[in-house]
Design a protein around this ligand. Structure first.
Ligand SMILES: Nc1ncnc2c1ncn2[C@@H]1O[C@H](COP(=O)(O)OP(=O)(O)O)[C@@H](O)[C@H]1O
Ligand SMILES: [Mg+2]
Length: 302
């Protein structure tokens, strides 16, 4: 299915450095329609990658193509910017703006010249993210979760073909997150969407594809079931945390869930979740980088 989809984002051997640190290190990635989830620990390079995709940063090396264009060319870059929506990880708001006034201001910058159509569009995106009731409230009086949604609303103006969302669900309560998932899934029917998140449940619920970054490199790129399958036979329940596990945690039943490569004989194996698989992958990364050699721990782990 993916092979027939047109490529909207293409990164070919892309490197981005901050001084000597390679925040992105020879990244190859092609994204088509649907939602791609970007997972990885803090500092993995998620925000840097999304900034490159949003034309905010230029790559130091390699080729970037967005919506079939080269963002290194100023005219093409403007074209791309007209067709993309970007929610930065942190968006500063001018003092004193109401929700409506801010999103309206962003709509003006987005070239919505006709006042009537602009107002309709601003109301549409505010309703979409559940902020219709606080349209006239000052942003400085909103909760953290509401501010995140103001940042999302401006990205949705005009239903862009490419949506780049940096941690859109961070700071939202469970209900807000569930309703936002529905909104994002609807939009993704017609757009290419890339979201970074620390919530593996968001990825499981929303994403057709998952990319795991670590230290600027792609450590996994595949479907959600493919990532989950990495943990098959490696998750078990026990009365106590298991010292041999990469990770163990107490569950609602009071028993412990253990994830690891070395499963004790006779262990009570359970169905893996995406979070299990992610932790296992992270465990493998941790062990691999702790070793002096460079041996890859699994065929699927790039
Ligand atoms: N403007 C910057 N100047 C210097 N280093 C940066 C800058 N932005 C990010 N970095 C570094 O690049 C790496 C990747 O950061 P980032 O892309 O923000 O990762 P993530 O979003 O996955 O947490 C980190 O080591 C971070 O400290
Ligand atoms: Mg980030």
């Amino acid at each position: 299915m993916t092979s027939t989809r047109p490529t909207t984002v293409s990164l070919r051997d892309v490197t981005k450095r901050y001084r000597s640190l390679a925040a992105l290190d020879s990244v190859d990635l092609d994204l088509g329609s649907g939602i791609t989830g970007l997972l990885g620990p803090n500092g993995a390079g998620k925000t840097t990658m999304l900034r490159v995709m949003a034309t905010v940063l230029a790559a130091d090396e390699g080729q970037v193509r967005l919506l079939g264009r080269d963002p290194g060319d100023p005219q093409a870059r403007t074209e791309v910017r007209r067709r993309l929506g970007y929610q930065p990880q942190e968006l500063g708001f001018p003092r004193g703006f109401s929700t409506m006034a801010f999103v309206n201001y962003m709509a003006v910058l987005k070239e919505w010249a006709d006042r009537g159509r602009r107002t309709t569009e601003v109301r549409r995106v505010l309703d979409l993210v559940g902020l219709g009731d606080v349209a006239t409230k000052r942003i400085s009086r909103l909760s953290g979760g509401q501010r995140r949604r103001v940042a999302l609303a401006q990205a949705l103006l005009g239903t862009p073909e490419l949506l780049v969302l940096d941690e859109p669900t961070t700071g939202l309560d469970p209900e807000q997150r569930a309703s936002l998932r529905g909104v994002l899934a609807d939009i993704a029917a017609t757009s290419t969407m890339v979201i970074s998140t620390h919530q593996t449940e968001d990825v499981a619920a929303l994403c057709s594809r998952v990319v795991v970054l670590d230290a600027g490199r792609v450590h996994f790129d595949g479907t959600v079931p493919e990532l989950v399958a990495l943990a098959t036979g490696k998750v078990w329940m026990a009365a106590e945390p298991d010292a041999a596990a990469h990770a163990s945690w107490r569950t609602a039943s009071g028993r412990y869930r253990n994830v690891g490569e070395h499963v004790p004989s006779g262990a009570e194996l359970v169905e893996p979740s995406l979070e299990d698989a992610y932790l296992l992958l992270r465990g493998a990364v941790g062990l691999a980088s702790a070793r002096s050699d460079d041996t890859t721990t699994s065929a699927e782990v790039a």
